[in-house]
Write a protein that binds this ligand. Structure first.
Ligand SMILES: CC(C)(COP(=O)(O)OP(=O)(O)OC[C@H]1O[C@@H](n2cnc3c(N)ncnc32)[C@H](O)[C@@H]1OP(=O)(O)O)[C@@H](O)C(=O)NCCC(=O)NCCS
Length: 159
């Protein structure tokens, strides 16, 4: 089998690929996430916010996954989205994307990264724990009246 080409890219506002990448991500969002958890309708706006960033991964030119983060203050960052298309899962791409976002935040001298995750999302929970995130608290009805979230965090100064 031919080697596949895997490319990791940070999406910049002035990138000529902006519209194409955002369109593709919106398509993926709609497939993977329920409406109340999806950023499909607001992705473009979210990304244009000053402190947001997005790293995406392409395999042989196909957008296979992405991670989105924001840095609302100089001390903390938030992972706002992480997803890998179903046919590319369990091949280490989620790990690669999350590590890339963590490194990006570390380079900005952020002290803490936090995120919210539905406790029932087992693959995501395992991945976050594997990369050192700890559970902070359970937030009842975070996503909807019957869906809670764990708030998790990773502190750099405690590593
Ligand atoms: C979570 C997600 C991004 C993982 O992507 P992935 O490319 O399949 O993950 P990787 O192959 O890099 O796996 C990395 C680690 O994740 C965990 N993991 C991934 N899939 C798993 C599964 N099906 N069951 C248990 N753990 C799993 C493991 O800890 C794995 O490490 P290991 O291979 O050493 O066991 C992917 O499953 C996804 O997009 N899920 C739907 C969207 C989602 O839940 N996003 C998070 C919202 S907060």
């Amino acid at each position: 089998m031919a080697d596949s080409s895997i490319v990791l890219t940070e999406l910049h506002r002035k990138s000529t690929s902006w519209a194409k990448v955002v369109d593709e991500i919106v398509r993926i969002e709609k497939k993977i996430f329920p409406k109340h958890e999806s950023l499909a309708r607001s992705f473009d706006d979210e990304l244009k916010k000053k402190n947001s960033g997005l790293i995406y991964l392409e395999i042989n030119g196909d957008l296979a996954g992405y991670v989105m983060y924001s840095c609302p203050s100089s001390l903390c960052a938030i992972i706002t989205k992480l997803a890998v298309k179903e046919n590319y899962r369990r091949q280490g791409h989620g790990d690669t994307l999350l590590k890339a976002a963590i490194e990006k935040c570390r380079s900005k001298r952020i002290h803490r990264i936090s995120l919210h995750v539905d406790p029932l999302r087992t693959p995501a929970m395992h991945l976050y724990k594997k990369l050192g995130f700890q559970i902070d608290t359970l937030v009842k009805a975070y996503y909807s009246s019957d869906r809670d979230a764990y708030r998790m965090y990773l502190d750099f100064d405690k590593e």
